[in-house]
Ligand binder design. Structure first.
Ligand code: FA5
Length: 334
């Protein structure tokens, strides 16, 4: 009978949709589609019952009731199954599992190195001082015994800052070395002095694997009675070994700086060659005179180390430019 086939189709289609509904949202959608009070497809079946001829009505009515009961039982059963599934998922969730950690930022390797340098030199009894990055010629040159006609003053070898110069009425430059802080410290402190100063310096150097136009130096200065070159070598050797490990090889080469006499350059072994890591020497009497110290009363040593070069050796980085490329994949290793 045609009419009963419509009931069978409805039943099969409804039961399949209910079995496939594996969330409460899908199940509710199936309930509304098939059994909804207003527009559920069950309404069409109900109409068919009304339209049935009197002789067929008992049979059609009975079938309608069967289908309605089957579908609504299936809905109830599937609801229980979906609820059980939700409960099981909640039980399976392990609340003791560690959460996802947020990604933390890190200090730049140069900043970390500066902190370690300060700490190490603090243990050797050196106080940390600061000086400005914008300097006048007196502190960057004059008081460091670098006379007016010295090639180190050449505007091509320094970053003079035009607007600051106009404002100050006298030449102003980005400091080319931290030795400026020696002068500033001695100008306001009586001996004995034992300081380090760490910070940025600027030079229009050609950029390559070991040169940057902005880099960091650590200046050291010790002034007292009877300070010797032997003490200078001891402090620098101990410092290098403390930071780079006991096996690091250091050598001192005779050199020249206007503000120290005698002067040395300090190299460290890098593979099969040597890398220059700093300059040093005994403070020149002319520098003491410039800051009002009596060179017959005191002596002192000073040194200026390239912080990037130490950092390169410490972390095995073979190109200084990597520190300044802001590549987070590189920087997050440290
Ligand atoms: C000086 O700057 C002296 N003021 C050091 C000094 C201080 C001597 C106190 C005596 C007494 P020099 O120009 O050699 O010296 O630089 C010192 C160190 O800075 C170098 O050995 C090197 O390690 C580092 N350095 C120099 N130029 C660069 C650069 N362009 N990029 C990176 N590091 C550099």
């Amino acid at each position: 009978m045609e009419i009963l086939k419509t009931f069978d189709d409805f039943e099969q289609s409804a039961l399949a949709a209910i079995r496939a509904a594996n969330t409460s949202e899908l199940l509710e959608a199936a309930r509304i589609e098939y059994m909804g009070q207003k527009n559920g497809r069950i309404r069409e079946l109900q109409k068919l019952v009304g339209q049935a001829t009197p002789d067929l009505k008992p049979q059609v009515g009975k079938r309608f009731n069967e289908v309605r009961t089957a579908v609504s039982d299936a809905l109830d059963q599937q609801q229980l199954a979906v609820q059980a599934q939700v409960r099981k998922a909640a039980m399976d969730f392990d609340v003791t599992l560690p959460g996802e950690l947020p990604r933390l930022g890190k200090l730049h390797p140069i900043t970390q190195t500066i902190a370690q340098f300060r700490e190490l030199m603090g243990r050797f009894g050196f106080m940390v001082t600061e000086g400005p990055e914008l300097e006048d010629e007196h502190h960057n040159f004059q008081a460091l015994n670098i006379p007016e006609d010295h090639p180190a003053r050449d505007p091509l070898d320094n970053f003079y800052v035009a607007c600051a110069t106009v404002a100050a009425g006298t030449p102003v430059l980005l400091r080319s070395q931290t030795s400026t802080v020696q002068i500033r410290t001695m100008e306001k402190t009586k001996p004995p002095v034992r300081i380090v100063s760490l910070g940025r310096v600027y030079r229009p150097d050609a950029i390559d694997a070991t040169h940057s136009c902005m880099f960091h130096q650590m200046e050291g200065l010790m002034v007292d009675r009877h300070v010797t070159m032997a003490q200078l070598k001891t402090v620098l050797s101990l410092f290098a070994r403390s930071f780079l490990g006991p096996d690091v090889e250091i050598r001192f080469r005779p050199s020249f700086f206007p503000f120290t006499e005698p002067s040395v350059e300090v190299d460290m072994k890098w593979g099969n060659s040597w890398m220059e890591i700093g300059g040093a020497g005994m403070v020149d009497p002319n520098v003491f005179a410039a800051v009002g110290y009596d060179p017959s009363e005191v002596s002192g040593f000073a040194f200026g180390l390239g912080i990037e070069r130490f950092c390169m050796k410490h972390y095995g980085v073979d190109d200084i430019r990597r520190f300044y490329e802001n590549d987070v994949r590189f920087l997050s290793q440290f």
